[in-house]
Design a protein around this ligand. Sequence first.
Ligand SMILES: Nc1nc2c(ncn2[C@@H]2O[C@H](COP(=O)(O)OP(=O)(O)OP(=O)(O)O)[C@@H](O)[C@H]2O)c(=O)[nH]1
Ligand SMILES: [Mg+2]
Length: 240
Amino acid sequence: MNPIVIIPTYNEKENILDMLDKVMSLSTVFDVLVVDDNSPDGTAQMVKERMANKSRINLLENGNKNGLGTAYIAGFKWCLERNYEYIFEMDCDFSHNPDDLIRLHDELQKPDNDMVVGSRYVGNVVNVVNWPMSRVLLSYFASAYVRFFTQMKLADATAGFVGYTSELLSSIDMSRIKFRGYAFQIEMKYTAHSLGKTIKEIPIIFTDRTAGESKMTGGIIREALFGVISLRFKRISALK
Ligand SMILES: Nc1nc2c(ncn2[C@@H]2O[C@H](COP(=O)(O)OP(=O)(O)OP(=O)(O)O)[C@@H](O)[C@H]2O)c(=O)[nH]1
Ligand SMILES: [Mg+2]
C-alpha cells in the first residue's frame, strides 16, 4: 500500500494542478486525496481532469466550506476505510514543500514514531520565508503559548505538515476532535501526546503562498487562543 497525502482545498485553482503533478513526480510513490469543499473556482473539476489519467489521485467532495479540521477528519476516515498505513497532511499552497514528504515518510516508518511533524522552529531557528514579521511572531509565540498550557515539548505545535500512522489515527475518537482551524492541528498533537504516542519533529522550510488567497481569519486565531486552555481540561482516552 502506498503512503497517501491528504490535501484540503478551498479555491486553489492557481495551485492544484502544479501540486498534483509535483506529488506524482516524487521518487517515493504517494497516493493523493484532495478534500474539496465545493470551491466556487472549480478546483474539484480540475482535479477530476487529472484523475482521468492518474489512478493515484482521488477526490472527496465534502460539501460546504466547514474548515480545515472537518475536511481532514473526512479525509482520515476515507483513508482508514481503505487501509492506508501512512497518512500525511499537506497544504495546497506550496507553503509546505512536497519534496519534504519523502523525509517525513522515511521518519514515520521508523518503528517508534507514531506521528511526524514538519517543524518550522526546530533548534531555535525560524525557518519561514516571506512571512511578514507580525505573522512569524504570532506563530512563534502561539507555539510557546501552547507549550506552556499543554506541557507538550513541541517546537511547532500549530504545524500543518504532518504524518500519522493508521494505528495512531484509528485510536483517536474523531467525534471528540472539536476545533477547526489552527486549533485543530494543536488538538491532534495534544491528543496523540495524551495517548502516550511518540511525536517526532523534523525541520522544514515553510514558504508563504505566492498564488491564491489565504483563508486565515480572526475567528481561527481566537479559536486557537481560547481552545488551547480548554484542552487542558479535556479527558482523552484511546478507543482501543
Ligand atoms: N477543504 C477545505 N480546505 C480548506 C479550508 N480552509 C482552508 N483550506 C485549505 O487548507 C490549506 C491551508 O489553507 P491556507 O489558506 O493556506 O491557510 P493558512 O495556511 O492557514 O494561511 P496562510 O498562511 O495565510 O496561507 C489550503 O490548501 C487551503 O486551500 C476549508 O474550509 N475546507
Ligand atoms: Mg497557507
